[in-house]
Design a protein around this ligand. Structure first.
Ligand SMILES: Cc1cc2nc3c(=O)[nH]c(=O)nc-3n(C[C@H](O)[C@H](O)[C@H](O)COP(=O)(O)OP(=O)(O)OC[C@H]3O[C@@H](n4cnc5c(N)ncnc54)[C@H](O)[C@@H]3O)c2cc1C
Ligand code: FES
Length: 258
């Protein structure tokens, strides 16, 4: 286990993607960071002890000036404070954490994001833009808050295949319905989203022999494997989502185990 050191970064841009959803550009003082799609940073944008812990966020983009994009939805105190950051403000970062997605093998990389889970896949899309064929899918529920977010994604990536459960935007259905329609035996799937989406994707893995890699989310304290607070059960025993993951083969995960 390698303890990752914390470093400072400056907020250099902040963009509202939709109500309650932001993308911020953070310029770390350590500029030579090698970051793979699927890796994440632990971030602390507040100096008070409440909240006490850093919060984990995937990298949704990396820019030529060395800055990284973090796209996030406000769900509680930590994300609220991150959203309040203004340009020039300093935050603390730890990372890059985790394994990231493996080198792609398939002829086409299908990137399937459930709602905010699309964040690390936006980076993957950009990272492989000039080397392999990728297809980006976004699936959302019928809650109106996701409509402006979907439009923001479409504006940046117009060829995104969009699915909404009630048909309010894009095709009607879940992202798993969409995958079942478009998959090809040569595809490889990388996915991030709510756990229910992964359960449904298990059926795809049973039917097709495609490799499916998923990026899991767990509450995290340290982010480097030291506290064992983020364990998930796998066929090879318990693993730490922050250090052994967050990316796992879908078929490795034992969802029903505590
Ligand atoms: C590897 C990783 C990458 C992530 N990347 C992103 C990202 O790119 N964009 C983004 O918006 N969010 C991302 N998250 C989730 C993000 O870390 C949480 O939303 C954030 O920690 C919430 O902090 P808070 O203080 O605002 O909310 P809290 O007050 O801590 O919690 C508010 C609500 O969110 C739930 N929650 C908090 N943390 C998590 C978590 N890790 N997993 C599931 N539910 C949680 C709580 O159960 C509670 O219901 C990621 C999580 C992980 C583990
Ligand atoms: S968050 Fe500490 S071991 Fe994963």
């Amino acid at each position: 286990m390698q303890r990752l050191s914390d470093f400072s970064a400056t907020v250099i841009e902040k963009e509202s993607m939709a109500p309650g959803i932001w993308t911020i550009k953070l310029k770390p003082e350590k500029l030579r960071l090698r970051i793979l799609p699927g890796q994440f940073f632990m971030i602390r944008a507040w100096s008070s002890k409440d909240p006490f812990l850093f919060r984990p966020f995937a990298v949704s983009g990396k820019n030529p000036d060395g800055s990284v994009d973090i796209s996030f939805k406000v769900v509680g105190r930590g994300t609220e404070l991150l959203a309040e950051c203004e340009r020039g403000q300093k935050v603390l970062m730890r990372g890059p954490c985790g394994n990231g997605f493996p080198n792609p093998l398939g002829k086409r990389l299908v990137l399937a994001g459930g709602a905010m889970g699309i964040a690390p896949l936006l980076f993957a899309r950009h990272y492989y833009e000039n080397s392999i064929r990728t297809l980006l899918l976004l699936g959302i529920t019928g809650e109106p808050e996701w409509e402006p977010f979907s439009k923001a994604i479409l504006q940046k990536f117009p060829d995104t295949l969009l699915f909404s459960e009630n048909g309010m935007i894009g095709r009607k259905g879940t992202i798993v319905d969409g995958l079942a329609e478009i998959l090809d035996e040569n595809d490889e799937i990388w996915a991030c989203g709510p756990e229910g989406m992964f359960h449904a994707m298990g059926k795809i893995e049973e039917r097709w022999t495609l490799p499916i890699w998923v990026s899991l989310e767990r509450r995290m304290a340290c982010g480097y494997g030291g506290c064992l607070g983020c364990a998930v059960q796998t066929r090879e025993g318990p693993k730490r989502v922050c250090a052994d993951g967050p990316v796992f083969r879908l078929k490795e995960i034992l969802w029903d185990e505590p």
